[in-house]
Design a protein around this ligand. Structure first.
Ligand SMILES: *Cc1c(COP(=O)(O)O)cnc(C)c1O
Length: 387
């Protein structure tokens, strides 16, 4: 069979082998501790579920407008104005099938063969593959642990060529948990304006912050940066709604219209009654978000304390999301070998940094219960003491 060549350019995720193996081991009855989850271990807030059930009972079961329910687009625009000081109207917003599809749709709308897209590494593993699927060229800029894995304006400038169309910014970051300070965002915004390129700001973890860290959207820095910014966000991480598949993009009307055209021929509208749950998530109590962040923070502190006392391991202090990105360079193992051996010998699942463009690191998610975290860390300690 001859498949389209675009498929061959995109390797299957290297995380698949590890997570498939962890699942198989669990199915065999083995006691596997998993730090691999990319989703909150909490349930969706009750009032969100109630709103979706009510919408279902009221017959919100038909096709809706491609760009999303008007009420949800309005609620998102208000949220962006109030939380992020971004002056968008409902017409600047498109509701998409998860934050993942808002990014993919945007890249399809903006990128074509010959275009370069700057992606700081470590990166969320789908960014380069989305660019390749659109026929564009990902330009990976490696960042430094000593700088908290954050790209500097100078690095951004050095990577820019006449072909550069887009810069992908993700703060708080998956996989590193790093958060750009407002000053760092301002400096990057000035550079984006100077270089006159687009920036997509993936803000899916904006509410998951620790140690007093604050989130500044790059679009809020100046009218000039606003004009070059597209926001990608969603409900999955903040509201424990990963399975609901609701994300959104916000940006200049011309881009949102183009995304609407692509969406009209690909996914159509996001599940109608699920969108009513999203409205409740935005407009209802934020108490559960606060509680979830508090629980994450306790686990984060515990993990940092443990990792800090282990030989051969180190990591910068993450101030956002729910991951620690641990350097394993001193073990002498590649990230894939480290992960396979750890899983086989100690039944602990972590994700190899190779998946995120950093082969001397592993990603550990603490979106799991404290007991498994403590048990898993004990096993990791035993493992690193023997390698
Ligand atoms: C989880 C995640 C997303 C989007 O997830 P959806 O489930 O599609 O909303 C986007 N970016 C990053 C960095 C993520 O970790």
């Amino acid at each position: 069979m001859k498949l389209a060549s675009r498929v061959a350019q995109v390797p299957p995720s290297v995380t698949l082998a590890i997570s498939a193996k962890a699942k198989a081991m669990k199915a065999e009855g083995l006691d596997v501790c998993s730090f691999s989850a990319g989703e909150p271990d909490f349930d969706t807030p009750v009032h969100v579920k109630e709103a979706a059930k009510k919408a279902l009972d009221e017959g919100k079961t038909r096709y809706g407008p491609v760009a999303g329910e008007p009420k949800l687009r309005e609620a998102i625009a208000r949220k962006l104005q109030q939380d992020n000081q971004l002056n968008y109207e409902a017409q600047n917003v498109i509701v998409t099938n998860g934050g993942k599809y808002s990014l993919f749709n945007l890249i399809l709308a903006l990128i074509e063969p010959g275009d370069e897209v700057i992606i700081p590494a470590p990166y969320w593993l789908s960014y380069p593959e989305m660019v390749k699927l659109a026929g564009g060229t990902p330009v990976i800029v490696t960042t430094d642990a000593s700088n908290g894995y954050k790209i500097t304006p100078e690095q951004l400038k050095a990577a820019t060529t006449p072909k550069t169309k887009l810069f992908v910014l993700n703060s708080p970051s998956n996989p590193t948990g790093c958060v750009y300070t407002p000053d760092e965002i301002r400096a990057l915004a000035a550079m984006v304006v100077e270089l006159d390129i687009w920036v997509v700001s993936d803000e899916i973890y904006e509410k998951i912050l620790y140690d007093g860290a604050t989130h500044l959207s790059i679009g809020a820095v100046s009218p000039e940066s606003f004009a070059r910014t597209i926001i990608s966000n969603g409900f999955a991480k903040s509201y424990a709604m990963t399975g609901w598949r609701i994300g959104y993009a916000a940006g200049p009307i011309e881009i949102i219209k183009a995304m609407n055209t692509i969406q009209s021929h690909s996914t159509s509208n996001v599940c109608t009654f699920a969108q009513y749950g999203a409205i409740a998530a935005i407009e209802g109590s934020q108490e559960q978000v606060t509680q979830m962040v508090k629980a994450f923070d306790e686990r984060r502190k515990y993990i940092l304390e443990q990792i800090g006392s282990m030989p051969k391991l180190s990591c910068p202090t993450p101030e956002g999301a729910f991951y620690v990105f641990v350097n394993i360079g001193e073990t002498g193992l590649s990230s894939v070998d480290f992960c396979s051996k750890l899983l086989e010998a100690h039944q602990v699942a972590v994700i190899p940094g190779a998946a995120f463009g950093a082969d001397d690191c592993i990603r550990m998610s603490y979106a799991t219960d404290m007991e498994s975290i403590a048990k898993g860390l004990d096993r990791i300690r035993q493992f690193v003491e023997t390698v």
